[in-house]
Design a protein around this ligand. Sequence first.
Ligand SMILES: NC(=O)c1ccc[n+]([C@@H]2O[C@H](COP(=O)([O-])OP(=O)(O)OC[C@H]3O[C@@H](n4cnc5c(N)ncnc54)[C@H](OP(=O)(O)O)[C@@H]3O)[C@@H](O)[C@H]2O)c1
Length: 330
Amino acid sequence: MRLLILGGTQFLGRAIATHAAAIGHDVTCAARGVAGPVAHGVRFIRVERDEEDGLAPLAGHAFDAVVDVSRHPGQVRRAVAALKPHVGHWTFVSTVSVYADNGTPGQRADAAPLKAPVAPEVAHSTEPTYGAAKVACEQAVGDDAFICRAGLIVGPEDPTGRFTYWPTRLARGGEVLVPGPSDDAVQFIDVRDLARWIVHAAQTGLTGCFDGIGPTYTRAQFMAECSGALDSSCTFTWVDRAFLESQDIRRWTGPRALPLWLPLPDYAGFATRDTSPARAAGLTVRPLAQTARDTLAWARSAGGPVTGLTADEERAALQAWHAGRLEAAK
Ligand SMILES: NC(=O)c1ccc[n+]([C@@H]2O[C@H](COP(=O)([O-])OP(=O)(O)OC[C@H]3O[C@@H](n4cnc5c(N)ncnc54)[C@H](OP(=O)(O)O)[C@@H]3O)[C@@H](O)[C@H]2O)c1
């Protein structure tokens, strides 16, 4: 397959390029050359997708399949107009952030309501309009494509450091601050599994809308499987939401965050997407233990980024928690 990745020099795009090249496809990545290196054995063509004729360097090249990771509707429209009529299979990598309702558990890609697409005047999306911009991108791509709505993507080379927080924290051992309740849902996909499925979809001509994400774990399962995989000697101190909020500990990602902790009830369904259609269409996922071990190994060897509480911040929060318990017991 002659595969063009529009992008391909960042986390997921590079994983797709790496996998496709490794199994013998002829892979081209088209980007500005800013985000990161090109995978081994992959051709690179410099393009600027914000310019009207920015894809001109691709003229004269023929492709069997295209994968686009853009989040800007204008970029997607230009790519579809210039390339799609001449290409056999088109994948657009979207996101579960397109969904309007994050509160209802167990939703499926084919039935869940979407956000209203972002208006053209704010087409160059910023983070608050990310999901709505992806809806507009999906509409620009059309129904005859493979729309892969990725959930939280994790694993080696993750530039966000969110998932990476947990393997690196557990590997340090000791008393670990964990957000309760223990049956909160956690859902993600290893970047290498998602990449493999996207290449498989191009090979098999898969079309339609799917969620690209792995199974749902409870947070207790997630913590137990991760720490077991890393042979870490830690104890878990489960704390409630009100306490974390009182300590200004944040959700999901960023400084002072406990990563992968979601606001409830608004996000009660966010990590519980029904992935049976994706599995029926060929998505397979590796064990969490392998993702945890490989992410830790990469974070250590490459100094990969980690976001979330620092060791001092976690210690201070644990001290405050125990002091509060002592006080309450008096
Ligand atoms: N990370 C997650 O947890 C998560 C969750 C759900 C969905 N997703 C989706 O998954 C995909 C992730 O893709 P990714 O990891 O490959 O990262 P990405 O940040 O989407 O990669 C963007 C790619 O486009 C290129 N690019 C950016 N601006 C450009 C321009 N003006 N002209 C030409 N090329 C340009 C970048 O390279 P240059 O900068 O070198 O040009 C890079 O290769 C995205 O579609 C994202 O929305 C991610």
